[in-house]
Design a protein around this ligand. Structure first.
Ligand code: TRP
Ligand code: MN
Length: 456
């Protein structure tokens, strides 16, 4: 990573376009620049997907995480798909996050901030610009916002019309999420009904069923005491926020709007956006774009990040040290977390930066199984989370959350877990377009393990 500037060095004034003067990693090679810019113009005339006030509410919620009073649960697909776009698919993803949230809230007694990787997670960074199969090289798949996954020359051409489709799918997804989370689906009186059919007979399900019964009993108790459940919104509604990796900067720029209340700019494509491990160069375009928007922002931090690099990111992205503004999402790998994390925790604490620390236990633990499938082992995921908690306990900092790739469906993408999925099983239902996700059972199991660590 280049280091042209030192922390606090003067930068030219920020505008929604100032990223264009910098080097942007991982941008698609659009075949027709005029068509791409025309599409951005169209998008910039469309209504925002979220409102500035909602993003500020999330910053306030995350401020409670940064001070150790709440826990962040962020999860969803590695990459959303234009094909898996239905009410069922949206509801199932929400359902598993609500189940995990209720386990964490009830067993650990800590408020949980719920953020989906959803309604905009359509762009993927790639390690190589091309993919070669049987001697044929084609542009890599970069997510449905850019091109299609089929291995044909036509499918792999970046098509700006996909940006518009991503916008519309995000809008519909968000619309349904708002209806579900405010319209009764998230009611604590329904915790039983969130259990999916295929989970029902597993050990995690029995544990969950017990917890649901206790919650029912508590609700009946409150009712008997005269508290009318219907009149308390906190019991039947949740605040659910959206997030994605803001990778394709033209799209994010087109959805950036000035808030009439404060005069500040917000990227209205999602409540929270994050910068990936591959695009966090301090002088590069992504950091430049992110520093000027008012949303809460995240940065992925891998095992090679030095304390100085992390401090530069804190200083550039959150110079005013606003609690909740910056989330550092560590993705070290189970083997690196023990030695890798503590120096970073110490440096940030010593500098007095109020960050949210959250653990992505997925991306540092990915490998290719003998079957050729990209996978992760449930034990490695747990080991990284445990290492994350240990490092925070040792440094006296707050292990603020987890960031996971999951689905409510009965997929076979990650190894291990209570059903002990083996390499041979991966072929059964491997549906991810990109990285392997935890299935419904593994996600629930993870929530129980994390709540034990939180209590411990
Ligand atoms: N509103 C509270 C919260 O979001 C309690 C709650 C209602 C809840 N429905 C929920 C918690 C579903 C988790 C899952 O925490
Ligand atoms: Mn991923």
């Amino acid at each position: 990573m280049a280091h042209m500037s030192s922390p606090g060095a003067e930068r030219a004034p920020w505008t929604p376009m100032s990223w264009r003067d910098r080097h942007a990693e991982q941008q698609p090679d659009w075949p027709d620049d005029a068509a791409f810019e025309g599409t951005l113009k169209t998008l910039s005339s469309y209504p925002p997907l979220v409102f500035a006030g909602e993003a500020r509410q999330l910053t306030a919620d995350l401020a409670r995480v940064s001070s150790g009073e709440a826990f962040l649960l962020q999860g969803g697909d590695c990459a959303e798909s234009f094909e898996a776009f239905s009410a069922d698919s949206i509801r199932e993803r929400l359902r598993v996050i609500l189940q995990m949230a209720v386990v964490l809230t009830y067993s650990a007694g800590v408020p949980v901030v719920k953020v989906g990787r959803i309604a905009g997670q359509f762009a993927k960074p790639r390690s190589s610009g091309t993919e070669t199969v049987d001697g044929v090289a084609l542009p890599s798949f970069r997510g449905h916002m850019v091109n299609d996954i089929a291995f044909t020359a036509a499918a792999r051409v970046p098509d700006p019309q996909r940006l518009v489709e991503a916008y519309h799918q995000s809008a519909s997804t968000l619309n349904l999420l708002r209806a579900f989370t405010k319209g009764g689906f998230a009611d604590l009186g329904r915790v039983h009904q969130w259990t999916q059919e295929f989970v029902r007979t597993s050990p995690e399900a029995l544990r969950y069923e017990q917890l649901a019964q206790e919650i029912d009993r508590a609700l009946r108790f409150m009712h008997a005491c005269g508290l009318d459940h219907e009149s308390v919104p906190a019991l039947h509604e949740v605040d659910f926020y959206t997030s994605h990796e803001a990778l394709v900067l033209g799209y994010e720029e087109a959805l950036t709007r000035r808030d009439s209340l404060t005069g500040d700019y917000y990227d209205c494509s999602a409540h929270m956006i994050w910068i990936g491990e591959r695009t966090r160069g301090i002088d590069d375009a992504h950091v430049e774009f992110f520093r000027g928007v008012g949303n809460p922002v995240g940065v992925k931090v891998g095992p090679t990040a030095s304390p100085d690099e992390v401090l530069e990111l804190c200083q550039t992205l959150n110079p005013e040290r606003i609690p909740g503004r910056l989330t550092l999402i560590t993705r070290m790998g189970a083997d690196s977390i023990t030695d890798g994390l503590r120096p970073l925790l110490r440096a940030v604490a010593d500098a007095g930066h109020p960050v949210v620390w959250t653990c992505d236990p997925m991306h540092g633990n990915t490998f290719t199984a003998p079957s050729g499938k990209k996978t992760r082992h449930f034990d490695a995921i747990l080991a990284e989370i445990k290492g994350f908690f240990d490092a925070h306990r040792a440094e006296g900092t707050w292990p603020g959350g987890v960031h996971v790739e999951l689905t409510g469906d009965d997929v076979t993408e990650c190894l291990g877990g209570a059903e002990d999925l083996l390499d041979d099983d991966l072929g059964l239902r491997y549906e991810s377009m990109c990285d392997p996700r935890l299935n419904g059972r593994q996600s629930l199991d993870l929530a129980f393990r994390v709540s034990e660590l939180l209590r411990g």
